[in-house]
Design a protein around this ligand. Structure first.
Ligand code: ATP
Length: 279
């Protein structure tokens, strides 16, 4: 097997919002063709990390893509370098077809682009859109409208939209939210196809069966810090991770209660939905 090619590296990434340390000293890597999970309870700092890596919030520390330092680059330059993200509320344009939703993402902006389009005619890069749609299995629905698709397919359109335009690393913020178990499993197999095409994937999701099934490696955040990292099997059995989700120690102090430890999926289901205030 060939050596992994490192795409994303963060070195001591930190974000503060006033008195809140939303991210502290985060070192994470994602290789080409790898699916890496970033999990943690509500308010742990996962979206903040994606914002910091992609240039949507100010951060300290280093961010590189394929060895190129990007921590001082604008969000626009990071996108041009091959980094793309999805948003938690990643709505699609309802009155555009699936292919047109992707074309919008690769349309150039600015006066020079406008001038170029007037002179040459606006031509979205059809092969790129075709490739992105084929990668996530949406070729057949390219001319349909989002409202005509199942929710799982709509989510995949959002992911395909992030893949166009020379994307090498995609950061997916809760892409499976709202999917049922079956749709989520299908979504997972499409993620494998994306990784198999050589793209690096950072996946944030609360669906533990999806995350534990599809990820090669996982990082766990709590209170803005990485508290565990490893394979899904290692993370699943880590008591510190279960405790982080429960917001309390896992040791059973009540002798009348059964002493069987909770699995990670059970802990996620019983985790409080409101985050505690971060110090
Ligand atoms: P969830 O799973 O609920 O989406 P998360 O792990 O993505 O949570 P973040 O949204 O990154 O967590 O939030 C981390 C911390 O930073 C929280 O304490 C949150 O209240 C705080 N925070 C996030 N964004 C801002 C902001 N723009 N201004 C101030 N505080 C913020």
């Amino acid at each position: 097997m060939s050596d992994p090619v490192e795409l994303l590296r963060t070195d001591g990434l930190g974000v503060r919002y006033g008195g809140v340390a939303a991210n502290s000293d985060i070192d994470i890597t994602v290789n080409a063709g790898e699916i890496v999970g970033l999990i943690g309870p509500n308010g742990a700092g996962k979206t903040t990390f994606v914002d910091a890596v992609t240039g949507f919030t100010s951060a300290t520390g280093g961010v590189s893509l394929g060895g190129v330092q990007l921590e001082h680059a604008s969000a626009h330059r990071r996108r041009a370098a091959g980094m793309a993200r999805t948003w938690q509320a990643g709505e699609l344009f309802a009155d555009l077809t699936v292919a047109q939703n992707l074309a919008v993402a690769v349309q150039r902006v600015g006066l020079r682009a406008l001038f170029w389009d007037i002179v040459n005619g606006s031509r979205p890069p059809v092969t790129t859109i075709d490739t992105a749609l084929a990668t996530v299995g949406l070729t057949e629905v390219a001319d349909r409208f989002p409202g005509e698709l199942a929710l799982g397919q709509q989510k995949l359109v959002g992911v395909a939209r992030a893949l166009v335009g020379g994307t090498r690393l995609v950061l997916l913020d809760e892409p499976a939210a709202g999917l049922d178990t079956h749709e989520s499993a299908e979504f997972g197999s499409e993620l494998h196809k994306i990784a198999d095409s050589g793209v690096g994937v950072l996946l944030i999701d609360h669906d533990m069966s999806l995350v534990l099934d599809v990820c090669d490696r996982l990082y766990v955040l709590d209170f803005g810090k990485v508290i565990a990292a490893g394979t899904p099997a290692e993370i699943r059995d880590d008591p510190a991770v279960v405790a982080a989700y429960l917001g309390a120690p896992t040791e059973n102090t009540d002798p009348s209660e059964p002493s069987e430890p909770l699995s990670l999926s059970e802990a996620v289901r019983s985790a409080p939905s409101t985050p505690e205030v971060r110090p």
